[in-house]
Each structure stands twice: as C-alpha cells, then as structure tokens.
Design a binder for this molecule. Structure first.
Ligand SMILES: Cc1cc2nc3c(=O)[nH]c(=O)nc-3n(C[C@H](O)[C@H](O)[C@H](O)COP(=O)(O)OP(=O)(O)OC[C@H]3O[C@@H](n4cnc5c(N)ncnc54)[C@H](O)[C@@H]3O)c2cc1C
Length: 292
C-alpha cells in the first residue's frame, strides 16, 4: 500500500461497506480509512488526490445505498474520538462531524437549547445531516449552524462563517468533501419542557418510521411542500414491493429491507415508485438518499 505508506494503521483495502450502512447491503471500498486526527485526514485526502483517486465521506450510512460493484477510490469514516466531541460555550454548541444526531438532540434538550427536539429520531451523524440539511416537520439542522470547519477536496482545512453558509430544503452550501466540525447557536428554553417535547416527538415519530437498527431507507424529498409519503399514497403506490424489499406501511416514503434483500431489489422498488407516482399523478419525485 505504498500510496498510503506510514498510514497503514488507519487504511484498509477491500473493506466491505455493508456493515457501515443502514441497509446492510452493497460491495467493498477499494480503500477505507478511519483517521484519528485532522492532520491524518488531510494527508489521506492529499495523497488520494495526487494519485487521482476519488474520495468520499461516510457518516452513519443511513442515507446511502452502495451498489454491489462497490466503490473505487477512498472512503473515509469519521469514527475516531477526535471527530466526536461536543462542547458548550454560552449559547453555542461546537460539535464534531462524527457525532450522532441523537446525541446532539438529547444534549440540546438537556442544555435548554431550543429547536433540535424536533429532529429526534432522525438517524445519522452531524456531518451527514449538514451535508443534506436534514430535518423534519419544517425544521432543518442548518437553521442553527453559524460556522463550520471543513476539508476541501484538495486536503485543505477551511473555516466557513455564517456569511458563507446557506441552507434550504434538503440542500446545503456546505459542499466541501468533509464537514469536520460545526458551531450551532440557539435561543434558550426551559430544559425540562424541551425534554418533555422531545419525548412527545419521539413517541409520534416512532409510530411512523421503521425502528432504529432495522435495515431501512428514507426515499424521496417532499415535493412543493407535500410530503413524499402522502404523494406515494395518493398515487396508490403504497403496496409496491420488489423481492424482499417493501414500502413501510405507516409511511411509504421509507423502504424496509427484509432478510435476503438485494441491492437490485432496492433499485427496482425506487424505480417502480417513481414511475408509478409520475404516471398516476404527474409528480417527478427526487431521491433523498444517495446511491454509490
Ligand atoms: C429510518 C430513517 C428515518 C429518516 N428520517 C429522516 C428525516 O426525517 N429527515 C431527513 O432529512 N432525513 C431522514 N433520514 C435520512 C438520514 O438519516 C439523514 O439524511 C442523515 O442526516 C444522514 O446522515 P448520515 O451520517 O447517516 O449520512 P450518510 O448516509 O453516511 O451520508 C449521506 C451523505 O452525506 C455525506 N456525508 C456524510 N458525512 C459527511 C461529513 N462528515 N462531511 C461531508 N459529507 C458527509 C456522504 O458522503 C453522503 O453523500 C432518515 C433515514 C432513516 C433510515
């Protein structure tokens, strides 16, 4: 592995990616790295770029389908403690890109930081969530983000201030290769009432999404303010399935992969739902999940 000489302790070849994704499907990464410092991730990216290798980031893998052919180039996983810190400074929280969204949400409620209690139940990491501006019920993570530290595709560390950040529905200006850290700023509220609100939201949400750990995916973006799940129901596509993959009953904007599910089943079901909704109600659904 002369390309990554001196970094062998953090780089593996031909690493299966399925265990790192929620759907537990798909092939291998040519190179897979778990850097432990900002210096290491920068060095990995510089070497991959110099060698003409594509580099990708994987967070919680909750918004990803990896094809059976796998991924050529380098996949970086921010699993090390250096990317999982969470610090409070006054009304601000500084959070590593690898921090679980669930940890962020519960820490905000405990601290009396108003807003993130609406995001309870969304799986994934801070980096993945900021990359696509994840959210729920009209509340998006980008709305509290005032600064970010990122790594460019050439391996340069950059700081982005509020003036360089813009977020809209499932879209973010933070399109650097890796979001390493983000600073959020909040209004304060009573911590006990935020915790109660978070628990209420969690009960409602639990009933309308697949349970944590179940191989599942969140499929499409809402269309002109109408939830994708309602569009799919309105088009009569609710019962569609492909092989061992089926739409989730309580909200058909999720699919659930049963035992024996294949990547091809997921791709076929996505295509079938898109075609059905377009044919029946003339809406072109846009995919929310990423396919590698
Ligand atoms: C049951 C279920 C419910 C869901 N509910 C919602 C919901 O209500 N609302 C919603 O918006 N989404 C929802 N999702 C989708 C998903 O959980 C979120 O989009 C989540 O924020 C993705 O984070 P992740 O860390 O898992 O990203 P990944 O799946 O690992 O990656 C997604 C994308 O982000 C990029 N990325 C990941 N980490 C970084 C980083 N540090 N820097 C730069 N880019 C990065 C990846 O390269 C990839 O392009 C749901 C998914 C499931 C399975």
């Amino acid at each position: 592995m002369s390309l990554f000489a001196g970094l062998e302790h953090i780089v593996r070849e031909d690493e299966p990616l399925a265990p790192y994704t929620n759907l537990k499907l798909g092939g291998k990464a040519q190179y897979f790295a778990e850097p432990t410092t900002e210096g290491e991730i920068a060095e990995l990216v510089r070497r991959a770029t110099a060698a003409g290798l594509a580099t990708r980031l994987i967070g919680g893998g909750t918004n990803l389908l990896v094809r059976d052919s796998g991924v050529s180039g380098l996949v970086i996983h921010l699993s090390a403690p250096a990317f999982s810190t969470l610090t409070i400074e006054g009304n601000r929280m500084i959070v590593g890109g690898g921090v679980r969204l669930s940890h962020f949400v519960s820490s905000c409620a405990r601290e009396g930081f108003d807003g993130p209690e609406h995001l309870v139940g969304i799986p994934g990491t801070i980096g993945g969530a900021l990359h696509v501006n994840s959210g729920s019920d009209g509340v998006d993570i980008g709305s509290w983000c005032v600064a970010a530290k990122a790594l460019t595709r050439t391996g340069e560390l950059v700081q982005r201030g509020a003036d360089a950040l813009s977020f809209s529905y499932r879209s973010s200006s933070l399109n650097e290769l890796a979001i390493l850290e983000a600073t959020f700023e909040f209004e304060r509220e009573n911590s006990e009432s935020l915790t109660r609100e978070m628990q209420r939201n969690w009960i409602v949400r639990r009933a309308r999404q697949p349970s944590f750990g179940e191989p599942a995916a969140y499929l499409f973006k809402d269309h002109l303010g109408e939830p994708a799940g309602e569009l799919i129901s309105r088009a009569g596509a609710k019962g569609l399935r492909a092989g061992a993959v089926q739409l989730f009953d309580a909200n058909p904007n999720y699919l659930v992969a049963k035992e024996g599910a294949k990547v091809e089943d997921v791709l076929s079901l996505i295509e079938a739902v898109k075609t059905h909704v377009n044919d029946k109600i003339g809406v072109e659904l846009a995919l929310a999940m990423q396919i590698w």
